[in-house]
Design a protein around this ligand. Structure first.
Ligand code: KG4
Ligand code: ZN
Length: 349
C-alpha cells in the first residue's frame, strides 16, 4: 500500500458510541465519542437495553462528526473497521449494522476487530510502534486479562479474571463508599487523600504462578469492613453503613482498596513479562487511566528493563481510534471480513 490508508472505525460494544478516522494505524485524524455515562449513572452500572437504544440514536451523528473533523470525504476511506466482539450483544449489533452499511455503500473492505485487542493497541496511537513481544494488561469495566502479543494481530491469552473485572470492582467499591458512578476516576481522586496501608485488604493471587485474577473477594472484604460485618453479626449489632465513616476513613478505604488492586495487577504483569521475555509492557482499558497503576507499572518497567507503553488518557477508555488503528493491520494482512460478519458477546478461549 503506497497511499496513506485512512480507516474509519466504529465502536459500540458498551456505553460509548464512537467513530474515528485513523491514517496508517497511527495518526488519529478524528475520534468522536458520545458517552452514555449520565444515562446509566442512576443505575450504578450499564443497562444493556438503554445502551443499545442510545447507540441507535447516536451512531449516525458520530459518524458524520468523525468524517467532518477529519477533513476527508467518504471517497477517501480505504476500509471500515468495527468492534464485533466481545461486548453487549445489542450494542455490538448497532455498530456492526452501521459498519456493514458503510462498507457496502462505499464498496470498501470491512474489518472485524476484537475490542480487547484494540485496547492492547491503543498505546500505539499517536506514538511509535510497540516493540514485540509485549506483555499487555487490559483492565476495564468488563475485562481484566493478560496477553502475550507478538504483533498487533497476534495475541495469545495468558490469563483473565475468573469473576469481577478490575473496573467493575472499582465501580462496586465506589457504590459501597457512596462515591458515585463510574467508580474508577472518583476512587483514584479520593485515594490521593488516604493512606494505602490503613487497611490490609486481601490480595487474591490464586495458586502457584497463575496469571488469572479474582476481585470478588476483595470487593466483599471492603463491604464487610465498611459495614462492620462479621463483627456486627457476632455482637448481634445491626450492620452499619458508610455514614459511620469519616471522610478520612473513606479515603483510607479507597486508597487501601486501590493499593490491593494495583499490587495484584503489578505482580501478575511482572510474572507474565518474565514468562514471555517481554520487550514492552503495555496497558489498556479504562483502569489504565488509574494514576497509582500507571506509577506502579512505570517502576516495574524500569526494574525489568522493558519499554513502557501507556495509552494517552483519551485512548484508555472506550474509543473508535483504537479500532480503526488495529483495523489497519488486518487490512495490511489481507484479513477482511464478509458482510455476514457476526457479533459475539463473549470470545471463546
Ligand atoms: O475501557 P472502558 O471505558 O470500558 C469497558 O470496556 O469496560 O473502562 C471503563 C472502566 C470503568 O469500570 C471505570 O470505573 C474504570 O474503567 N476507570 C478507572 C479509572 N478511569 C476509568 N478505574 C480506575 N482508575 C481510573 N482512573
Ligand atoms: Zn473497553
Amino acid at each position: 500500500m503506497t497511499q496513506p490508508a485512512h480507516i474509519l472505525g466504529i465502536e459500540t460494544s458498551c456505553d460509548e458510541t464512537s467513530c474515528a478516522i485513523v491514517t496508517d494505524g497511527r495518526r488519529v485524524l478524528s475520534n468522536v465519542v458520545a458517552s452514555q455515562v449520565d444515562l446509566h449513572a442512576r443505575y450504578g452500572g450499564v443497562v444493556p437495553e438503554i445502551a443499545s437504544r442510545a447507540h441507535i440514536e447516536a451512531v449516525n451523528g458520530v459518524i458524520e462528526a468523525a468524517l467532518r473533523d477529519s477533513g476527508l470525504r467518504s471517497a477517501d476511506i480505504a476500509a471500515v473497521a468495527v468492534t464485533h466482539e466481545p461486548g453487549l450483544i445489542g450494542s455490538l449489533l448497532v455498530g456492526l449494522m452501521a459498519a456493514k452499511t458503510l462498507a457496502w455503500a462505499w464498496d470498501v473492505p470491512l474489518l472485524a476487530v476484537n475490542h480487547v485487542y484494540a485496547h492492547a493497541y491503543s498505546a500505539a496511537l499517536e506514538a511509535e510502534p510497540i516493540e514485540y513481544p509485549a506483555a499487555a494488561l487490559i483492565c476495564s469495566g468488563g475485562h481484566t486479562a493478560l496477553y502475550r502479543c507478538l504483533a498487533p494481530t497476534r495475541m495469545e491469552l495468558l490469563g483473565s479474571t475468573i469473576d469481577d473485572a478490575a473496573g467493575e470492582a472499582f465501580d462496586k467499591v465506589a457504590c459501597i463508599l457512596n462515591l458515585g458512578y463510574p467508580g474508577g476516576p472518583v476512587i483514584d481522586r479520593v485515594a490521593r487523600e488516604g493512606n494505602p496501608a490503613a487497611v490490609r485488604f486481601p490480595r487474591s493471587l490464586l495458586a502457584g504462578q497463575s496469571l488469572d485474577f479474582s476481585f470478588s473477594g476483595l470487593k466483599t472484604s471492603v463491604l464487610y469492613h465498611v459495614r462492620g460485618v462479621p463483627g456486627a453479626l457476632r455482637d448481634r449489632q445491626p450492620a452499619r453503613g458508610v455514614e459511620a465513616l469519616s471522610p478520612r476513613q473513606v479515603a483510607d478505604v479507597a486508597a487501601s482498596f486501590q493499593a490491593a488492586v494495583v499490587d495484584v495487577l503489578g505482580i501478575k504483569l511482572r510474572r507474565a513479562a518474565k514468562l514471555i521475555g517481554a520487550r514492552s509492557l503495555v496497558l489498556g482499558g479504562g483502569v489504565s487511566a488509574n494514576s497509582a497503576l500507571r506509577a506502579a507499572v512505570t517502576t516495574l518497567a524500569g526494574k525489568l528493563g522493558c519499554a513502557l507503553r501507556l495509552p494517552e488518557l483519551r485512548f484508555c477508555v472506550d474509543n473508535a481510534a483504537m479500532v480503526a488503528g488495529l483495523g489497519y493491520h488486518y487490512l495490511l494482512a489481507g484479513r477482511t471480513a464478509g458482510l455476514d460478519l457476526e457479533a459475539h458477546a463473549t470470545v471463546r478461549r
